[in-house]
Ligand binder design. Structure first.
Ligand code: NAP
Ligand code: MG
Length: 503
């Protein structure tokens, strides 16, 4: 609360947010708000002030077990199990309405907990969440099987598309409520029940969200929210034999450990992991738009986006035109607390991320890269995890800053001479989440889109998202597609039924 007051010097904090933060936080298990079995708590921090916002229950394997048992009961019997698809759709739609009614509250909670500018939470995060639930509310009644033209005489074969069961969902801190929506929308539309673990850095919006479920008509036990740390609350979800599927978004490293742990109980797994996305500017592009797009591609959400355009390839002929504009954008961005209306970029989410990102800044310089602008925390901040928008030049493909995901407002600018070769250079990464090309040559754009090894390719734009458009990775950026019709595959399984019609 102290931090909330300090950080909000410029924006009136919503009374409902103030009241929420003053409450004793609990976890949601079987429709009830409960303390962790251990009674332990941890603090969630406002990254602008480094002060505590609230004490959060520190869940462990016992809490997870209670949540899984509740989710299993809700899946097998009771109101959710017998709810019609249309009722389910209506409940999800109602959830969207309720989030919309509380949009300002959710936007402020995201800003306080994550650090992002309130203007961004209001204009991007929360409206996307609402759209997402509405989109999947519509799918609830459209999850269909097929009739199969089998050859055996007198046999009728058809398929049922059934829910997978109890789903464990582990989400990151970069878009806390949006990542929750990406996970829950499709899972609920398909009739599953869920044990969800929000990131330890940003649990607040998930807990507030949990309070809306009952009003939306979602029965107890359908969505259980266990707060806590990855190793003590996340890993038990992955290990629990009562969970049928794991959906994870986060780092590639943790994704690998989850896949390996899930193999012990042979759970199905979908992973949305890191990226090192190439953003390619050809000399024939609208260079003003491309430069603005390049800045937005890396600086949106302070670079804490899995699809951030962190490797910027610029055709040599256009390099001297694009770079000054990119640097101008970088230097003009107003960095400050998210609750300040003037802020365009907030702090990084946590001290760990601050250390990680500034570690990359040091490593890049040690390896010989040049900091064209930015390079660390501006001296006017004596607290808060602020990092200035940073552009590295003079980089080589083997440098750490070019190969590894930084997950901060740091872009490597790389000139290229051969337009035929740049796609190969762009693909030279273990990741494959997203890519973009900027050109006025429509043929070149589509050729590049075909050749880029990434789950999403943007042409003359960046960071476009829609609940209807699938999103996910190639290569070590993971597998499985969230959003769109594709996400239904993650949360359903197919049963084939054979009928002897006696004909
Ligand atoms: P992370 O460790 O992968 O965390 C993501 C989620 O997984 C959190 O809920 C985390 O819980 C949980 N988790 C961690 N270890 C786990 C385990 N062994 N078993 C089950 N769950 C586990 O990511 P991070 O530490 O927050 O960030 C580190 C890096 O990950 C970033 O710098 C970035 O490169 C990448 N990242 C990518 C995305 C993305 O959207 N693809 C999002 C966030 C981060 P706790 O938070 O409690 O540890
Ligand atoms: Mg926080």
């Amino acid at each position: 609360m102290q931090a909330a007051a300090a950080a909000t010097a410029n924006t009136n904090i919503d009374p409902a947010v103030r009241e929420f933060l003053g409450r004793r936080m609990k976890m949601l298990i079987d429709g009830k708000w409960v303390d962790s079995v251990s009674g332990k708590t941890f603090q969630t921090i406002d990254p602008s002030t480094e002060e505590s916002l609230a004490e959060i229950p520190d869940g462990n394997a016992e809490d997870v077990d209670r949540a899984v048992r509740a989710a299993r009961r809700a899946f097998e019997s009771g109101p959710w199990a017998s709810m019609s698809a249309s009722e389910r759709g209506r409940a999800i739609w109602k959830l969207a309405d309720l989030i919309e009614q509380h949009a300002e509250e959710f936007a402020q909670l995201e800003t306080l907990d994550n650090g992002k500018p309130l203007s961004v939470a209001r204009a991007a995060d929360i409206p996307l969440v609402v759209d997402h639930f509405r989109y999947y509310a519509g799918w609830a009644t459209k999850v269909e099987g097929e009739t199969i033209p089998v050859s055996a005489p007198g046999m009728l074969a058809y398929t049922l598309r059934e829910p997978v069961g109890v789903v464990g969902q582990i989400i990151p801190w970069n878009f806390p409520l949006l990542m929750l929506a990406w996970k829950l929308g499709a899972a609920l539309a398909c009739g599953n029940t869920v044990v969800l673990k929000p990131a330890e850095q940003t649990p607040l919006s998930a807990l507030r969200f949990g309070e809306l479920l009952d009003d939306a008509g979602i029965p107890p036990g359908v969505v259980n929210i266990v707060t806590g740390f990855g190793e003590t609350a996340g890993a038990p979800i992955v290990d629990h034999p009562g969970i049928d599927k794991i959906a994870f978004t986060g780092s590639t490293e943790v994704g690998k450990s989850i896949m390996s742990a899930a193999s012990k109980t042979l759970k199905r797994v979908s992973l949305e992991l890191g990226g090192k996305s190439p953003n390619i500017v050809f000399a024939d592009a609208d260079l003003d738009e491309a430069a603005a797009g390049a800045a937005a591609a890396i600086y949106f959400n302070h670079g804490q986006c899995c699809c951030a355009g962190s490797r910027l390839f610029i055709e040599q002929k256009a390099y001297d035109k694009v770079m000054p504009k990119l640097i101008e954008y970088s230097e003009k961005i107003s960095l400050g607390p998210g609750m300040d209306p003037a802020t365009q970029m907030g702090p990084l989410v946590s001290s760990e991320q601050f250390t990680r990102v500034t570690g990359f800044l040091t490593a890049g310089q040690k390896e010989g890269a040049t900091v064209a602008t930015g390079g660390g925390r501006p001296s006017r901040f004596d607290k808060g995890y602020f990092v200035a928008p940073t552009v590295f030049t003079d980089v080589r493909p083997d440098m750490k800053v070019v190969r590894e995901e930084i997950f901060g407002p740091v872009v490597c600018a790389i000139p290229f001479k051969d337009p035929e070769d740049v796609v190969r250079a762009g693909n030279e990464t273990t990741y494959g989440l997203a890519a973009a090309v900027w050109t006025r040559d429509i043929g070149k754009a589509h050729r590049a889109a075909r050749l880029l090894k990434a789950g999403t390719v943007w042409i003359n734009c960046y960071n476009q998202f829609d609940a209807a458009a699938p999103f996910g990775g190639y290569k070590q950026s993971g597998f499985g597609r969230e959003m769109g019709k594709a996400a239904l595959d993650l949360y359903t399984q197919i049963k084939t039924v054979w009928v002897n019609t006696g004909a």
